[in-house]
Design a protein. Structure first.
Length: 355
């Protein structure tokens, strides 16, 4: 007769059923815990962590491309337990296309559509919380409302609210609906309160409310007249409901620490998440400061100027960012958020070194 090691006697049907029950109960408890975790907002996940957390941003595929690039990025970085993944949103740009008559016609074209679908696919495939970007730039209030409705149906209720850059065809920012990030914030707040963008009240259950973060700028937004003005608007965002702030990329940690101190003095108490990017190309030494209005410290610039190839830049970029990340973690940064465009493998190397 077969003996049971666990029961210490005959293997009875009762023991088998009890073992199966315990196994099912354990599986159910794990499922319930995971569901509870998914229901937590981003800021709740960050605050509940005993150590600095990891997250990253990726772009939707170019129009006509599949999800391969997205999947490769996530597969490369999922081992570091990302608390969430940001998915960027891209507005349509006006481009000239030839017609049958030989003339050119100016038409809108979005090079990277699909933010909502990509977010849903990631959450379904990986069970990792997603944070789609919601923009003012290039979107009407009605279009924004439809995006909010789609996301709510999909159970995606964490957002990053941004004004976004002006169109490439525009000399200055042109509003199609919400002019400032705080206007977009007001629309989301009203949606949470049960009102559509035209003021019409929603009927019945309005669904799970959105929680959201917003952007901040340790080196000042390019359009802000001074840092004090920038801090004023950062506090306005928090006072109106932003649960955390995530920074523009920076390469000098002193800028981040000074900014956090000024925010605390201003009364901003929410987590301020540093946004980090590893350099991978030689031209980024001059391109990134121009596009993102961020300084590259001279010590970093000296090493980059020595590089003769992009491969050498990759090594210098990883080394610099690793030291940045270590210092940020040692001084209690709540989370590190990585911008992965053209830099997934560099981000992986940095994460391997510090997490």
């Amino acid at each position: 007769m077969v003996k049971s090691r666990k029961c210490g006697g005959l293997l009875t049907k009762k023991c088998v059923l009890l073992s199966a029950y315990k196994s099912c109960l354990g599986s159910l408890n794990r499922t319930l815990e995971f569901a509870k975790y998914l229901d937590m907002s981003i800021v709740e996940k960050i605050k509940s962590s005993a150590s600095t957390t990891f997250s990253f941003e990726l772009l939707p595929p170019l129009k006509g491309k599949g999800m391969d690039s997205v999947i490769r990025t996530i597969d490369a970085l999922r081992e570091f337990d990302p608390k969430y993944i940001n998915i960027t949103t891209h507005r349509s740009e006006m481009v000239y296309k030839p017609t049958e008559s030989g003339l050119y016609k100016c038409v809108p074209e979005r090079h990277r559509p699909g933010t909502v679908a990509v977010a849903a696919a990631i959450q379904h495939k990986y069970g990792i919380p997603v944070v789609p970007h919601i923009l003012c730039s290039g979107f009407t209030r009605e279009e924004t409302e439809y995006v909010l409705i789609d996301l709510q149906f999909l159970g995606i209720t964490d957002l990053l609210l941004l004004r976004g850059d002006k169109g490439k065809h525009e000399k200055t920012f042109v509003s199609l609906g919400n002019t400032h990030a705080t206007d977009l914030q007001e629309q989301v707040n009203r949606f949470n309160e049960g009102f559509f963008q035209d003021g019409t009240p929603m009927a019945g259950n309005i669904g799970q409310k959105f929680s959201y973060g917003m952007a901040c700028y340790p080196e000042k937004h390019e359009e802000a007249p001074n840092m004090e003005s920038d801090l004023f608007y950062a506090k306005q965002k928090v006072d109106a409901g932003a649960e955390y702030l995530v920074t523009q990329m920076f390469f000098d940690n002193r800028k981040y620490f000074d900014f956090v101190d000024k925010c605390r003095e201003t009364g901003i108490t929410v987590p301020i998440i540093p946004g980090l990017k590893p350099l991978t190309l030689m031209n980024q030494l001059t391109v990134l400061p121009k596009i993102f209005h961020t300084d590259i410290p001279e010590a970093f610039a000296i090493e980059l100027r020595k590089c003769k190839t992009d491969a050498e830049v990759v090594e210098v970029g990883v080394e610099w960012l690793t030291e940045q990340a270590r210092e940020l973690i040692s001084r209690g940064a709540p989370s590190l958020h990585f911008y992965t465009l053209m830099a997934t493998q560099s981000v992986k190397r940095v994460a391997q070194a510090v997490f």
